[in-house]
Design a protein around this ligand. Structure first.
Ligand code: SF4
Length: 63
């Protein structure tokens, strides 16, 4: 599993961080950082939940 974020769509509102803080982090500089772009399979449900929660559909799960 690989996480892709379309930063043109991302509004840094930290909705994904609220769902999966181990993976997504919006820092003081106002940008979203993906802490682990290739998380293990056991995190798929959580990452999927974060992707679905994103109001701008900026998160894509590849594979
Ligand atoms: S939920 Fe979507 S728009 Fe918000 S910070 Fe995460 S990727 Fe960006």
């Amino acid at each position: 599993m690989r996480i892709e974020v379309d930063f043109d769509k991302c509004q840094s509102n930290a909705v994904c961080q609220a769902v999966a803080p181990a993976i997504f982090e919006v820092r003081d500089d106002g940008y979203l950082y993906v802490l682990d772009e290739t998380p293990s399979e056991d995190l798929r449900a959580l990452v999927d939940q974060a992707a679905r929660a994103c109001p701008t559909q900026a998160i894509t799960i590849v594979d």
